[in-house]
Design a protein. Sequence first.
Length: 117
Amino acid sequence: MKLITNDIFDEYNQLIDYKKLSINQDLINDVLLRPSLDKYILLENYAYLFDTATILNIYYNKYYWYSKLMFDYINKYKKDDLNLEQGRFKLIEEGGNYPNIDWNEIEEIYNKFKNNE
């Protein structure tokens, strides 16, 4: 996996309109969680903007930023009352749509954040 650089995300951040998305307001206002949330939303809703990345690399990055968001939230609040873990499982299911997916990449991303608990 090649992590998409922050400067690319910064270029597109203004596209996110949180008023049109049903996202918990606490996530939007949280300075620790917001950067990961922004990156995940851009990858989820505006993947076509990342034309230099492969579809599979966009998926890995989406999983990466969602996992970071989830673990940062759980570490901060000591609970998963937003069911972020369930969302992570949905992302794992989505991975089945990619015939060349390397599940070791997914496991490495998960372990990277899990071990930082």
